[in-house]
Design a protein around this ligand. Structure first.
Ligand SMILES: *Cc1c(COP(=O)(O)O)cnc(C)c1O
Length: 402
């Protein structure tokens, strides 16, 4: 028997959740899919594959030993990013998780410090608590609002200065832009300005987890440097919407990057002939970044279709859909996120008759009642049209099961 999720077995992405989906799939009697099945994988923008131009860059980029700072392609990428971000310098790192880990550690140089982070932030929830294990930094959460911001009066009250031996000192505030768990929301400039005032007043630093910063820049139609003038450091992922296989970059002052380079080596992230990875990253910036707006348009199309056909079964916050991430909330008590994903990934006989084709959609259960769909470079307009067709059918079927 064939099912759409078989391919996902080999993908280690959010393994626990996928295991659950796969297990559910296994328990059900599925109709074998026809050979011309269209599978639209909207689980994540991390599944994007390198473009031909990226493969070409892997072969043709000059390389050297980057631990000796002798890889010309890495140097080119770092200089390009420093300029794009309006920062002194940048450093290529293996992953976004390591980029955030290094950045926070570089800002929090002594013991007895804490960093204030959003309660829904990737740093707090999805980085294995690395900062407490390896960095000796306490992460102190402040409640995230639905738009990815938080109450700055609350933050102001949380900040702890020297003097009380019961408390660590607050050294850093971390932001996430776009905000993954808040559905790809873009932080408003007014919020960034207020954060900047607060950090200045209390002599704190600010780090932005900008794994999807370029999606924010595209949404705002601003240069990344415009957004980053309010923060001390940033982390950007190449392996998400930019379609590269590996890599992230962090940026900040010369001092920050010098320290980050030292920390990267300590954490085992010093790499050698990685022009083969930096080359594709340059291609991502030059060729995929200008196309990110398409992912945003398509996300909005799908969100609008769900909104207009929601039938009281599902709900999307249409105004909140700004970039390439769409959160679909289950409204009926007898349907949860696992069941919705499970149903979207299979094809029934009735459905095949009516739609006259087999369409499987892969989404990610993000919580009990929320499914995340993410648009990316590997999804074209035709697949978006099929996604909408399938979603309408499944939502109606769910509504009819009253
Ligand atoms: C993906 C991501 C990261 C980094 O994750 P890696 O898998 O280590 O690259 C950090 N923050 C956010 C918001 C992300 O989406």
């Amino acid at each position: 028997m064939k099912n759409c999720l078989t391919a996902s077995r080999s993908l280690a992405f959010r393994g626990r959740i996928l295991y659950r989906v796969n297990r559910n799939m296994g328990e059900r009697q599925l109709h074998p899919l026809s050979t011309d099945t269209t599978t639209v994988d909207l689980r994540s923008d991390t599944i994007t594959t390198p473009t031909q131009e990226m493969y070409d860059a892997m072969i043709s980029s000059p390389v050297g030993d980057d631990v000796f700072k002798e890889d010309p392609t890495v140097t080119k990428l770092q200089e390009k990013c420093a300029k794009l971000f309006g920062k002194d310098a940048a450093l290529f790192v293996p992953s976004g998780t390591m980029g955030n880990l290094i950045s926070v550690m570089a800002h929090c140089q002594t013991r007895l410090l804490e960093a204030i982070v959003g309660s829904q932030s990737h740093i707090l929830l999805y980085e294995v608590g690395g900062l407490s294990h390896f960095g000796g930094v306490q992460l102190r959460p402040v409640l995230n609002k639905a738009d990815g911001t938080f109450d700055l009066d609350e933050v102001s009250n949380m900040i702890r200065d020297e003097g009380d031996i019961h408390q660590p000192n607050t050294a850093l505030i971390c932001l996430e832009n776009t905000h993954n768990k808040c559905g790809g929301r873009v932080l408003p400039i007014s919020f960034l300005q207020q954060v900047k005032e607060l950090t200045k007043k209390h002599d704190l630093k600010c780090h932005m987890d900008g794994a999807r910063l370029l999606n924010a820049a595209v949404y705002m139609d601003r240069e990344p440097a415009d957004i980053l003038q309010y923060v001390d450091s940033v982390n950007l992922c190449f392996s998400k919407g930019l379609s590269c296989p590996v890599g992230s970059i962090i940026a900040g002052t010369h001092d920050f990057i010098a320290r980050a380079r030292w920390l990267r080596k300590a954490l085992g992230g010093g790499m050698r002939q990685i022009g083969v990875l930096a080359g594709p990253a340059i291609v991502g910036l030059d060729t995929i970044y200008p196309k990110l707006y398409l992912d945003h348009q398509r996300t909005k199309q799908i969100a609008t279709a769900i909104h207009e056909n929601s039938n009281g079964v599902v709900e999307v916050d249409l105004d909140g859909v700004q970039t390439n991430i769409l959160m679909v909330h289950m409204k009926k008590t007898d349907f949860d996120a696992d069941m919705f994903c499970d149903r979207l990934a299979k094809v029934t006989e009735d459905e095949r008759q009516l739609l006259e084709e087999d369409i499987c959609i892969l989404g990610l259960p993000f919580s009990n009642k929320t499914v995340r769909l993410v648009l990316h470079h590997n999804i074209n307009q035709n697949q978006v049209d099929k996604t909408i067709k399938k979603l309408k059918y499944v939502i109606k079927e769910m509504a009819d099961k009253k």
